[in-house]
Design a binder for this molecule. Structure first.
Ligand code: PLP
Length: 455
């Protein structure tokens, strides 16, 4: 029990985290004055760092004009401008935006729009969704059912819809056989997806859902070349939609606005969130191709969904400014450049580390995977809670990063994810890797100590 219990339900009900009272670029400031280097932007959220003056000014300008008007009656200038900014050039054919308050809501809307699209087209049998194991699509019940994150699903399994099934992830470090080429691995994954369409009945599938780069569940896992092209082809051949969840990996995090731009395959529907508003306001969005919205417009005429805070003017004003800053300050170039530096520094620091099995990711979205044994890729005993020890050691050393467990199967495996703000300097990147290196070594030392291993 803590000395003073908070009435706020925090993530742990046994301890109250320190209060954050300020921010300055890549730094967060705690109530005791400690400065914490924000190496993961929370959960890949704070793409512009903290307290960016242009975004604060945009929020205050909008707040002084109009904070809220319900979308049953009104649109707003920030919502219209944000949609134009994101979709005026129709990237990959995406032409319409539905603004919500976060990632899970964006996924719920994506699932429902896919279903409604097929109802409007007179294909009511399309009511199934295929997703992947070791994925995360959000914590509301629909999004949780779509996700393949075993430990998050487990307590709520009786409540999760059986409309969702899961196939093998494109996770080369864990799933590719040693004697298999990348192309053969992709062919095997494509054959498994095809078999799942056949097993369920290909005319019952509404959509396949995937994160182009898997985020927190498995730690920044890009797919091998050709995988998403193969997936796109399978969906097209069977008349199913392709939904990309870019809630975490999107909006510039990997060096292009959309992660799929590096994949040779565009989605029919896409969910975005974290880097859209950069944490300045809670906002997410579902983006959809014209043909989908046209089918609904020409059919029932309305998307049968909605929330009170759709297209919230303050949230849209903040997100618009975040996106304009990314454009004006040419931050995508910066993400590419700093991303290379981050990868290089991680490789220097951990490439020969006996307990780091893999370094992976793209742009400013990189992770290391910890292993007990590099040769056979054996994970640490989950009971050791290595990821939690790394998180604590890093935080004590002034670094906020995103370690997580269950990398392999929702139970075993440990990784650490990094997603620094796009404004990070070269010195910031060096400091992130230095501090992470110390945290990893001190956490491993405490485990070895527990195991009585002197190494
Ligand atoms: C890939 C992905 N999808 C969906 C979500 C859910 O977003 P939110 O937590 O904003 O509801 C997350 C959150 O981490 C995510 O990483």
């Amino acid at each position: 029990m803590t000395a003073r219990l908070s009435r706020v339900l925090h993530r742990s009900l046994r301890e109250t985290p320190p209060k954050a009272v300020g921010g300055e670029g890549v730094w967060l400031i705690a109530e005791d004055g400690r400065r914490i280097l924000d190496a993961s932007g929370g959960a890949a959220v704070s793409c512009l760092g903290h307290q960016h003056p242009r975004v604060l000014e945009a929020i205050s300008r909008q707040a002084s004009q109009l904070a809220y008007a319900h979308t049953a009656f009104f649109s707003s200038e920030p919502a219209e401008s944000l949609a134009d900014h994101l979709l005026g050039h129709e990237p990959g054919g995406l032409a319409y935006a539905y603004f919500v308050s976060g990632g899970s809501e964006a996924i719920e809307a994506s699932i429902k729009l896919a279903r409604q699209y097929f109802l409007e087209r007179g294909e009511p049998a399309r009511q199934r969704f295929i997703a992947r194991r070791q994925s995360y699509h959000g914590n509301t019940l629909g999004a949780l059912a779509a996700g393949g994150n075993a430990w998050r699903r487990e307590p709520y399994a009786p409540l999760l819809s059986s409309a969702f099934s899961h196939v093998r992830p494109a996770f080369a470090y864990r799933e590719k056989r040693d004697n298999e080429s990348e192309a053969d691995f992709v062919a095997r994954l494509a054959a498994e997806l095809e078999a799942e369409f056949q097993r369920l009945g290909s005319d019952t599938i509404a959509a396949f859902i995937a994160e182009p780069i898997v985020g927190a569940t498995a730690g920044c896992v890009p797919a091998p070349p050709g995988y998403f092209r193969a997936v796109r082809e399978i969906c097209d051949r069977h008349g199913a939609l392709l939904i990309f969840d870019e809630v975490m990996c999107g909006m510039g995090r990997t060096g292009t606005t959309h992660a799929w731009e590096q994949e040779d395959a565009a989605p029919d529907i896409q969910a975005i969130a974290k880097g859209l508003g950069g944490g300045y306001q809670p906002i997410g969005a579902m983006l959809a191709r014209g043909k989908i919205i046209d089918a609904v417009r020409e059919g029932s005429g309305a998307f049968q969904h909605g929330h009170t805070y759709l297209a919230h003017p303050l949230a849209c004003a903040a997100a618009l400014e975040v996106q304009q800053v990314i454009r004006d300050e040419k931050l995508l170039d910066r993400v590419k450049e700093r991303g290379k530096q981050l990868e290089q520094r991680l490789t220097e620091r951990f490439g020969n580390h006996r307990h780091v099995g893999d370094i992976r990711g793209r742009g400013l979205f990189q992770a290391i995977e910890l292993v007990a044994d590099r040769q056979n890729r054996k994970p640490f005993d989950p009971g050791l809670k290595l990821h939690q020890k790394i998180k604590a050691a890093a935080f004590a050393n002034g670094l906020a990063c995103y370690p997580a467990g269950g990398t392999l199967d929702g139970r075993s495996g440990d990784h650490v994810m990094l997603a620094p703000p796009y404004i990070a300097t070269s010195d910031d990147i060096d400091m992130i890797v230095d501090r992470l290196g110390s945290a990893v070594d001190s956490a491993l030392q405490s485990i070895n100590h527990l195991n009585g291993d002197a190494a």
